[in-house]
Design a protein around this ligand. Structure first.
Ligand code: GUN
Ligand code: FE
Length: 429
């Protein structure tokens, strides 16, 4: 069905390139069939007849992209964060994820996840599910219904997992295959992504099988890399012949052979970083989680300077907050500490550079047409009413965006769009 042309009017802010934002105060975005036709200061003559959607005085920004979020851990937000990664996984995470074998539990829990993604203006996300195929398929179906964009992974783990939350290698591969057959082409904006949890919970046989499946089905890949020092030491014990942590994934066809996101990437060696650059690995940077679990501070400026793509992430529930705006705040704060205390050669990023990473940076994993308002891009957008956080001085658009990121919250988001569709609060009744 062909749609009429719409003109969204407001104070427009977006970052077409890293380090380069575009601001149009009182401007217009023309949208047709869900895609941006252009961004203008004045309405071009040929668009005179368009339907006007007037948000004068409000900000129009791209939707946020969350590149790493464990959907089943949403129920655990804020819990056990005085632990480090490995004990936290064992005491809090695995017992919670095991509950998703029960599809009724999964439905109740995933409703809350999707409503929160919507509420916080995360228009597209890259999610881990659990090892359970049914619950993962349900999550995908519910996301499709909500209108949000997502990649969702059925988690694989066949070693070092508790008896109550474990698969055999064969079960894991069979279920993954079945899940891909069921979901690969089922939804327009919700896609499956191959998800080996991390090297400690995946045998080489499983990793090889998953590498082959990713290639056969032509699907993307996500996992965890070099998050915590104890984890890294464990990987070298488990895989003594590997050159380094990344080499384990690489050996099994899980490192950029299909587009790949790796979460954390705090402690990579120079050799690993070279390989990440060569294989175009996207790093999911989750500062809240890296702080909460005492994991460390990822060297984002260095990654960016090397040309390694970076997106921001909540990493629920290592991270406690779904808001990607608040991930910008945390990322900026820890980058400054790193600079002051550790490494004055890697200067912190500017707010507009972080904004790029939070929108178009992560959006690149979904395609070249996601995360900004350039011509031909999907219209994924948030309308922000920042009147309640204004002060008594006039402020320019950049200052208003900065303030919204630092002191605004979900109540400032008055409308959310994905591919031009206005999304109402998800309702699964
Ligand atoms: N590494 C393996 N599993 C996980 C997880 O669930 N969360 C985090 N932060 N790291 C992991
Ligand atoms: Fe994670």
């Amino acid at each position: 069905m062909r749609e009429v042309l719409k003109l969204f009017k407001g104070d427009i802010y977006h970052t077409p390139k890293f380090g380069k934002h575009e601001i149009i105060e009182n401007g217009y975005i023309a949208v047709k069939n869900g895609q941006v036709l252009g961004v203008y200061k004045e309405v071009p003559k040929e668009h005179n007849m368009a339907e006007l959607i007037d948000h004068s005085g409000k900000l129009i920004i791209p939707g946020f992209i969350d590149t790493h979020f464990h959907a089943p851990q949403f129920t655990n937000r804020g819990l056990g964060l005085d632990k480090e990664l490995l004990p936290w996984l064992e005491t809090y995470t695995f017992p919670e994820e095991a509950k998703y074998e029960n599809i009724k539990y999964a439905k109740k829990a995933y409703e809350k996840v999707i409503i929160e993604l919507w509420r916080q203006g995360t228009t597209r996300s890259v999610l881990f599910g659990t090892i359970h195929r049914e619950a993962t398929e349900l999550l995908m179906e519910m996301l499709d219904k909500s209108g949000l964009g997502a990649m969702v992974g059925k988690v694989n783990m066949d070693r070092n997992a508790p008896e109550f939350y474990h698969e055999t290698t064969q079960e894991s591969l069979n279920e993954t295959r079945k899940w891909l057959e069921n979901t690969k082409d089922r939804y327009e904006r919700v896609k499956p992504i191959i998800t080996p949890r991390f090297v400690p919970t995946c045998t080489p046989e499983l990793l090889s099988g998953l590498g082959a499946i990713a290639k056969e089905f032509n699907v993307k890949i996500q996992s965890h890399l070099s998050e915590n020092k104890g984890e890294i030491a464990w990987v070298s014990e488990l895989e003594p012949t590997a050159k380094h942590y990344a080499d384990v994934y690489n050996t099994h066809g899980l490192f950029g052979d299909q587009p790949t996101i790796q979460a954390h990437c705090i402690w990579n060696t120079k050799e690993e970083l070279e390989l990440m650059k060569e294989k175009k690995i996207m790093v999911a940077h989750s500062p809240h989680s890296n702080n909460n679990l005492s994991s460390g501070i990822a060297p984002i400026r260095k990654l960016v300077d090397m040309g390694i793509p970076v997106g921001l992430a909540s990493d629920i529930s290592g991270g406690h907050d779904v808001s990607i705006a608040k991930a910008i705040v945390s990322a900026s704060q820890v980058a400054k500490l790193r600079w002051v205390y550790l490494d004055d050669s890697n200067k912190p990023l500017s707010t507009s550079e972080w904004f790029y990473i939070a929108t178009k940076g992560g959006g690149q994993f979904f395609g070249d047409n996601i995360g900004s308002f350039e011509k031909g891009n999907e219209f994924d957008a948030l309308i922000i009413d920042d009147s309640n956080i204004a002060d008594i001085n006039p402020r320019d658009v950049m200052e208003r965006v900065e303030r919204y990121i630092y002191v605004g919250d979900d109540r400032n988001i008055v409308e959310r769009y994905v591919s031009g569709n206005k999304l109402d609060k998800p309702n699964f009744n």
